[in-house]
Design a protein around this ligand. Structure first.
Ligand SMILES: [Zn+2]
Length: 140
């Protein structure tokens, strides 16, 4: 996927890979400035979701394409609420012997363009850390 020039080619690449490789369950977000797609592999079927404008949470639970927030909730309030959801055990935040949630990201892709967009990163288990802004301006 990292070799693709655009997210539009991800569906074909993912379909080929799913038939030639064996995977554990996963959700994979592939996006560029024009397109965002989530692939959800539940072990037997590859589901593909073309994301429209909105806010979504992609975590360890099989993705269902649901656009989460109500229109009266601001992005900052929604992101803060969702950060709390990422600490839920055992489905979202996982700890195990040699496996588990390694990191989390929150992405706010602004409708006015990437200059107004922001990305936060949390290294380690979400229940033990705090998101830090790594791209974009605070409050942008
Ligand atoms: Zn945890």
């Amino acid at each position: 996927m990292l070799r693709l020039n655009a997210a539009a080619g991800a569906a074909d690449a993912m379909a080929r890979s799913a038939t030639t490789h064996s995977y554990n369950k996963f959700n994979l977000l592939v996006a560029d400035p024009l397109t965002a797609v989530v692939f959800s592999w539940a072990g037997d079927t590859l589901e593909t979701y073309d994301l429209r404008a909105g806010a979504y949470q992609v975590n360890n639970i099989p993705f269902d394409g649901t656009n989460r927030p109500s229109p009266d909730v601001s992005n900052d309030v929604w992101l803060e609420r969702e950060a709390g959801c990422l600490t839920e055990h055992p489905l979202v935040c996982r700890h195990g012997d040699g496996y588990g949630t390694r990191c989390s990201h929150q992405l706010l892709i602004h409708e006015d363009g990437l200059e107004e967009s922001r990305v936060w990163h949390l290294d380690g288990h979400p229940c033990e850390g705090k998101f830090e802004l790594v791209l974009g301006e605070p409050g942008g």
